[in-house]
Design a protein around this ligand. Structure first.
Ligand code: PAF
Length: 282
């Protein structure tokens, strides 16, 4: 297992791998790895010659009052977990290495970033696309793996790759859940025991929405009402949004027709959790 901390070394290592005909798979992360990340690493390791995992808590995607300072940093544990899941290289740069003081360039996807999480986190996706574009230039991967839990992120990054002709294939991977349905997230560790117990309501509400649709409901407003009424039974949770959108445009849809994204964000104390389901067929 190789640990690389400089851009220069990562770029030349990748260039050499590519020159030797190796397929490079890439899993970008902010560390604090859980089984969701490990499923991405395993998928990459199974389909590429070399898997690079980046571990970088990206300051530009955190808003002023968000959890940048307290975001869990567990590099040693993450390195070991990545190795056991099949990673070959960890790229773990410092913030100064990624953003020297004279950095002045951002990458911004103008569509797709306004709604859903973009409403309450207006600078978040600009930070994500900037760091992911930089990481793609540094790691030069053939394929990059992203979880569907961050469905909007996945859509925004896919759009950036298409618009900027970046020669990396984006591979979406399914959400990994705890036994009780809670989607795995590095932020779950912030939940108090009572909040953790109530947080299962997210998946319960999404499952109820799926059932309603399977029974024939096509009216998005009716599905949204059902979802919201279930979420409101969790007295520790405050709804940020419940949205039903076309998965290509991320624009609200009145009628449910595949592919439809049903996405929600709920705050438990200071912890904002997101979850979603994608309706791919009726
Ligand atoms: O999904 C994440 O962990 C981050 O947004 C990413 C893609 C690693 C960029 O910092």
């Amino acid at each position: 297992m190789k640990i690389i901390t400089t851009i220069e070394e990562m770029q030349s290592y990748s260039a050499e791998l590519r020159a030797n005909g190796k397929f490079v798979g890439f899993v970008p992360t902010m560390g604090a790895l859980h089984d969701g990340h490990l499923s991405l690493i395993r998928e990459s390791a199974a389909n590429n010659d070399v898997t690079v995992v980046s571990i970088f808590v990206n300051p530009t995607q955190f808003g002023a009052n968000e959890d940048l300072d307290k975001y869990p940093r567990t590099l040693e544990r993450d390195t070991e977990l990545s190795r056991s899941a099949g990673a070959d290289i960890i790229f773990a740069p410092s913030a100064d290495e990624m953003y020297p003081p004279n950095s002045a360039t951002f990458v911004n996807v103008e569509s797709l970033t306004q709604g859903l999480c973009g409403k309450s986190r207006p600078t978040h996706f600009r930070g994500v696309t900037t760091v992911v574009a930089k990481l793609f230039n540094i790691v030069q991967p053939h394929r990059a793996y992203f979880g569907q839990k961050d469905a909007q992120q996945l859509a925004v990054i896919s759009k950036m790759v298409a618009d900027l002709n970046i020669p990396t294939e984006i591979i979406p991977c399914p959400i990994v859940r705890e036994n009780d349905g809670l989607a795995m997230s590095s932020r779950n560790v912030y939940l108090s025991p009572a909040e953790r117990e109530q947080a299962t309501i997210l998946y319960e509400a999404l499952t109820a929405a799926q059932t309603l649709i399977a029974e024939g409901e096509r009216n998005a407003e009716a599905v949204k009402e059902r979802l919201t009424s279930i979420l409101n039974t969790a007295n520790l949770g405050i709804i940020d949004y419940v949205e039903i959108v076309d998965f290509h445009t991320l624009q609200p849809t009145a009628t449910i027709k595949p592919p439809t994204l049903i996405a929600l964000a709920v705050k438990f104390g200071n912890t904002r959790l997101i979850d979603n389901v994608i309706i791919n067929k009726h």
